[in-house]
Design a protein around this ligand. Structure first.
Ligand code: CA2
Length: 146
């Protein structure tokens, strides 16, 4: 029997505080709530998720490389603020063969101009943004069908 697919779900800086402020932009779900919903959805599809958050850019780079090393099926990546600044994260996405799906709770294109540039988009297979916590579920469905 084939191994169960593993999907890495990587979250960047400040997302550990989700649910504590700006609910009009980010919704009221906490990151734990999102992890729980995704876990249920992945299990129902015969997959599993490895859900992580860090405030440190290098951790996200290490985890992208780890996704490749362990043979993850896909990565869902909400790089948060690093989306708009990090060449290192783009290089890591390009350095691995694992497909990366970019996720955002809000729609950065409907916000300040500095959020309109995404380095992650330059390497990602697709972008799911503007649907709150549901953006992660849409990205998971796409990743499982990829
Ligand atoms: O909409 C998204 O998911 C973002 O990736 C969130 C980032 C922002 O810099 C991106 O432009 C778009 C910000 C994450 C901050 O997360 C918090 C949310 C609520 C409360 C505290 C932190």
């Amino acid at each position: 029997m084939a191994d169960k697919p593993i999907i890495f779900v990587l979250n960047g800086p400040n997302l550990n505080l989700l649910g504590t402020r700006e609910p009009e932009i980010y919704g009221t779900d906490t990151l734990d709530d999102i992890a729980g919903h995704l876990d249920d959805r992945a299990r129902a599809a015969g997959a599993s998720i490895d859900f992580r958050q860090s405030n440190h850019e290098g951790h996200l780079v290490d985890w992208l490389q780890e996704a490749q090393a362990v043979g993850a099926r896909a990565v869902l990546l909400n790089a948060a603020g690093y989306t708009h600044t990090s060449v290192a994260i783009l290089d890591a996405i390009k350095a691995i063969n694992v497909p990366v799906f970019e996720v955002h709770l809000s729609d950065p294109h409907k916000r300040e101009a500095f959020r309109h540039l995404s380095y992650v988009s330059m390497g990602a297979k697709a972008v799911f943004a503007g649907h709150g916590a549901k953006s992660y579920e849409l990205a998971l469905d796409a990743a499982l069908q990829f």
